[in-house]
Design a binder for this molecule. Structure first.
Ligand code: SF4
Length: 354
């Protein structure tokens, strides 16, 4: 049982972050933001893939100026990602739903004060995005690129914003490895109640990012830490969302779509299980109703797994069983099993839809 740390609720557009709000999954476009058509297309792809929030890079004034048109053509809440130039934040704040800045590279408190003023005027939250690789020099000199250094930087910047009477804040503490990332969030969590944006930065390819993010974010989520998240991945936009939602699902935080139990296969296997499970995944990707299904290569564990599955297949020699809620409903030749199973899954998903 996960007891989630109770955090302050803030709003990025109409998406609540923190408190009792669902954990929001976000991603980031990779188009030149001033290319409005490409950026809108990527935002729409992310929306369709299930993103709750999208972040766009704002490296130049032409990008900040394009945000008005982008907002007019999309409905996902947008976070403007600002580095180095506070004036970009001032322009972006006229249009977007949140400003993310890295205190390490806007290292002038008067400029941060201006950003806060612009956010207050439109009631926007900010994310203090601390990155291990770009800490302010006073923290890097003292603590090195460590979790402690990230936490000290975050605390310093939180205090600065609080002194300006600004508390619509979420915080991220990202390193490119699992241990420092987890340590930083765990160290900071008891010190305040601001919502946390989780992520391992520059986590690499789809394969490595999935592993690093699953370990780091999974550990934190099981500790009850985390209010929104982004999977950083050198890969396609949709994959970030898919992995993010899968982490939430497999950590038991959300119930969504199929939980597929399938065996690793061994010398007792009675069917081409790899192809069969891939087909199940493909054919059921549209189903949002939470269902447990099991697809097992022989009868050894199939009957046991089927007891807690809504629908199951147990492959046998030349034939197999379709099992629903632990009851055998049909015995069919191997080549007929998958089609019948998928029919039953669709039926069950429809039945359990709320
Ligand atoms: S269910 Fe059967 S085929 Fe699959 S791993 Fe277990 S014993 Fe092997």
């Amino acid at each position: 049982m996960i007891t989630r740390h109770k955090t302050k609720k803030i709003y990025v557009g109409d998406v609540a972050i923190g408190g009792d709000a669902p954990i929001a999954v976000q991603s980031m476009t990779y188009s030149n933001t001033h290319d409005v058509k490409a950026t809108v297309e990527q935002i729409n792809r992310l929306h369709f893939a299930g993103a709750d929030i999208v972040r766009v890079a704002v490296p130049h004034m032409e990008d900040a100026l394009a945000l008005k048109q982008i907002k007019e053509q999309t409905s996902l809440p947008i976070v403007a990602d600002i580095h180095f130039h506070y004036k970009l934040a001032l322009e972006a704040a006229k249009w977007v739903d949140c400003i993310r800045f890295n205190p390490g590279n806007i290292n002038d408190k008067n400029k941060i004060k201006e950003i806060v003023k612009a956010c207050k005027e439109r009631n926007l939250p900010t994310r203090i995005g601390v990155n291990c690789g770009s800490l302010e020099s006073q923290f890097e000199d003292k603590y090195g690129q460590t979790a402690k250094g990230m936490v000290e930087s975050a605390m310093y910047n939180i205090k600065y914003l609080e002194d300006l009477d600004f508390t619509d804040i979420k915080i991220s503490l990202k390193a490119s490895d699992v241990q420092r990332t987890v340590e930083a969030y765990r160290l900071l969590r008891p010190k305040n109640d601001y919502p946390f944006h989780l992520g391992v930065t520059e986590a690499g390819t789809q394969f490595h990012s999935t592993i690093k993010s699953s370990i780091a974010l999974g550990s934190l989520l099981l500790d009850g830490i985390g209010d929104t998240m982004r999977i950083s991945m050198t890969g396609e936009l949709e994959k970030e969302i898919e992995v993010g939602r899968a982490i939430l699902k497999d950590a038991g935080i959300i119930k969504e779509g199929l939980n597929i139990i399938s065996c690793p296969t061994c010398g007792r296997i009675e069917a081409d299980l790899v192809t069969a499970v891939a087909e199940v995944e493909r054919a059921t990707a549209h189903i949002k109703t939470p269902l447990n299904v099991s697809v097992m290569g022989c009868v050894v564990n199939a009957i046991g797994e089927a007891k807690s599955a809504d629908v199951a297949i147990a492959y046998g020699k030349g034939s197999g069983l379709i099992i629903k809620k632990g009851e055998i409903i049909e015995k069919l030749p191997t080549d007929k099993l998958l089609g019948r199973f998928l029919e039953e899954v669709e039926k069950e998903a429809e039945l359990q839809k709320d």
